[in-house]
Design a protein around this ligand. Structure first.
Ligand code: ADP
Ligand code: MG
Length: 265
């Protein structure tokens, strides 16, 4: 039994108003009061322990990730910030089981992702952890609406329910009028909004975004990021986003820095 089994049900039950938005003033310790409320004592959605990934770089070994250890609380948005080559993509790929570590563990909702077999990983990706990539990753032959509906098809959501959810998501990202257009007929910002809608279609527990605004101009990137922030906040989705965009950092609840494969607060 994986964490994915009843993710949607739990997710719906756990929707709640977020804590107040005093993030700029509050340090991490301010968010951990001496007498924890029930929400604060809930186990983290993501637990990373000693996560290590090395690549065989031919003549030398590349230490892409070195014993990363951190938690992400339910509903929290964490930014992973570091320069190119610092290990961001390596880390994000390990969170959702797109890659396997050399050592260490990732737990999502208590399930050890690093111990899942291929079938378990497919279920995790289908039901619990979804991704937004820098290059959008839409299917070129499908319309915006069909792209958003892909995760729902994989989950065998009935057609009427699927259409309703697709319309809702396209509305949410402001693209209802563009539902029949294919990716090539959309701007970069619009394509990324389709990708965000698709990532949210299956009501994931965790959203992983790898430099989602990296291919967008500053203004479009900011609009996309603000949208992402608003949606994950209202849906209570735990989010990890890699970025070196200072605006995105300021939208996150917490920033983790990564340099040469080492993660620090
Ligand atoms: P970032 O996303 O922060 O730019 P990456 O996680 O992609 O960083 O890469 C971290 C390090 O691991 C870099 O030195 C990169 O060259 C190396 N690396 C990433 N993927 C591979 C791979 N498949 N094979 C060998 N080296 C890799
Ligand atoms: Mg990267």
């Amino acid at each position: 039994m994986s964490a994915g089994g009843s993710a949607a049900g739990r997710h719906a039950a756990e929707r709640r108003p977020r804590r107040s938005r005093g993030r700029t003033a509050a340090g991490p310790s301010d968010r951990r009061p001496a007498a924890p409320s029930p929400a604060d004592s809930a186990p983290p959605v993501i637990e990373v322990r000693g996560l290590t990934r090395t690549y065989d770089g031919g003549s030398s070994t590349v230490h892409a990730l070195r014993e990363a250890t951190f938690d992400v609380a339910r509903g929290e948005m964490v930014a992973i910030v570091g320069r190119s080559g610092s290990g961001k993509t390596t880390l994000l790929n390990l969170l959702g089981g797109l890659d396997r570590p050399d050592a260490g563990t990732v737990h999502v909702d208590g399930t050890d992702v690093t111990a899942l077999d291929d079938e378990g990983l497919s279920r995790l990706r289908r039901e619990s952890v979804s991704y937004v990539f820098q290059t959008f990753g839409l299917m070129p032959a499908l319309t915006a609406a069909e792209n958003v509906g892909v995760p729902l098809r994989l989950r065998r959501t009935p057609a009427a329910e699927r259409e309703e959810r697709v319309d809702l998501l396209l509305e949410l990202v402001g693209l209802r009028e563009h539902r029949e257009q294919r990716p090539a007929e959309l701007s970069g910002g619009q394509q990324q909004r389709v990708a965000i809608a698709r990532a949210l279609a299956g009501s994931p527990r965790v959203l992983v975004a790898d430099e989602p605004t990296g291919q967008l101009d500053a203004e479009t990137g900011l609009a996309v990021m603000a949208l992402l922030r608003a949606i994950v906040e209202s849906e209570g989705i735990t989010t990890v986003v890699a970025t070196h965009d200072p605006v995105m950092m300021s939208l996150a609840d917490r920033v983790l820095r990564i340099a040469d494969g080492r993660v620090t607060e």
